[in-house]
Write a protein that binds this ligand. Structure first.
Ligand code: C6P
Length: 408
């Protein structure tokens, strides 16, 4: 392994806690949100203790320091995804807001009744509902790339859908339920050939493996800091410069303007055009530190480590009688294992696992249409990150046997 797991775990204070006396935490819910290393906590604490001020407004020392920290973080995030320029990195609250930003600005400026938007059946609600709302308001037509029984996108069906001449193709880079890593470069290439703009939901990809927006040639990419060892309350919309410049602003207010008169305003340049009001400054600083931390460990090393853990987890889970796993084999997916247990409700599974300190999520994971596709109301889901261990997978498996015994 390219890094020492014990050392990595020492960086994350929460991982050392006990859920109850004598019951250590086994955190297998990083797909929902990740834990934060000391480096991120220290960066945010340092900002508040040392340089707290509003940005882009004052000329005093603290204001200049705060502005520099906020903009340095943007540059770090741009490097992390290989964006051509930091101004193409727009701070938002999270992936959800980034997608809504595209839906409210680019889409409402460019789409009209009858225009086709292609998404997939494995989308998170945050990449479905904004398009439902647009469909209701504008009569935009939604089409979906089907998901196959083994949890992959049906790319032949996609090619057929492209004949409809879509204006937008949007899809999740990695499913938060199936773990499927979609062939983003190929999907984007085909979309561009058909004349469509592309929006990738990178909420589960950017945290887990190297993502290069230039190599993908993606037009828009959305992701959240909290899933990549950074704080809650901040995310990013990356966009190609020409698209961002042509888009109308999103929210109106301070900082997003160049000039304001009683009856008019002129919008600021990018990225500020999309960043109205006092932003999440400490969170931006924390986001920058998170990217630095992940780069320091190495995204290739993280991806390889998670792959090994996932392979091990799938192997061990497959041994359990009555357990049904969802999604493709380990070579086509990231560190997510969603499953059902015959005759036992996923919420009961999660609740009993919690008694042993094992934290998994149960429900439809904000991907209800995907669960409907598989004719199930819910799954239990274990997910892994750079700090997960094979011992934790063993604790999960032991816990599942206990659940089965309890309901036998
Ligand atoms: N999925 C999960 O437990 P926000 O909440 O905006 O940071 O991220 C939304 C989101 C968008 N796309 C995908 C693929 C996601 O997985 C998520 C968040 C969490 O699966 C919380 S529902």
């Amino acid at each position: 392994m390219a890094f020492e797991i014990r050392k990595i775990r020492e960086d994350f204070p929460t991982l050392a806690r006990q859920v109850r006396p004598g019951v250590p935490l086994v955190y297998l819910d990083s797909t929902a949100t990740s834990h934060k290393p000391e480096a991120v906590l220290a960066a945010m604490d340092g900002y508040y203790r040392h340089s707290n001020a509003n940005i882009h407004r004052g000329v005093h020392t603290l204001a200049e320091e705060a502005t520099a920290l906020y903009e340095q973080a943007r540059e770090g995030i741009a490097r992390f995804i290989n964006a051509p320029a930091a101004r193409q990195v727009i701070y938002t609250r999270n992936t959800t807001e980034s997608i809504n930003l595209v839906a409210y600005t680019w889409a409402r400026a460019n789409l009209k009744s009858g225009d086709v938007v292609i998404a997939t059946e494995m989308e998170h609600h945050s990449n479905l509902v904004p398009w439902h709302m647009l469909a209701a308001e504008r009569g935009v037509r939604l089409e979906f790339i089907p998901v196959t029984g083994d949890g992959l996108l049906d790319l032949e069906a996609y090619q057929k859908l492209l004949q409809l001449g879509p204006k937008l193709v949007t899809f999740t880079h990695m499913s938060n339920v199936l773990g499927t890593i979609n062939p983003a470069r190929e999907i984007i290439r085909l979309a561009h050939e058909a004349g469509a703009v592309t929006l990738v939901d990178g909420a589960q990809s950017v945290p887990h493996f190297p993502v290069d927006v230039q190599d993908l040639d993606v037009d828009f990419m959305a992701f959240s800091a909290h899933k990549m060892v950074g704080p809650t309350g901040i995310g990013v919309l990356y966009g190609k410069q020409a698209l961002l410049e042509a888009m109308p602003p999103f929210l109106g207010g301070g900082d997003m303007i160049k000039t304001v008169h009683l009856h008019s305003f002129t919008p600021n340049t990018i990225p500020y055009k999309f960043e109205a009001g006092t932003p999440a400054i400490a969170e931006a600083v924390g986001f920058g530190a998170a990217c630095e931390y992940l780069s320091g460990v190495g995204m290739d090393a993280i991806a390889a480590y998670e792959h090994a853990i996932t392979e091990y987890a799938l192997e061990r889970l497959e041994e359990i009688p009555g357990l049904r796993l969802f999604g493709p084999s380990a070579d086509k997916k990231g560190g997510v294992a969603a499953f059902t247990l015959d005759g036992i409700h996923p919420h009961d599974v999660a609740q009993i696992l919690d008694q042993d300190g094992v934290a998994v999520r149960a429900g439809h994971h904000c991907a209800q249409p995907l669960h409907e596709k598989f004719s199930i109301p819910a799954t239990s889901r274990a997910s892994f990150y750079l700090y997960s261990t094979t011992e934790e997978v063993d604790r999960l498996v032991e816990g599942i046997y206990k659940v089965k015994k309890y309901f036998a």
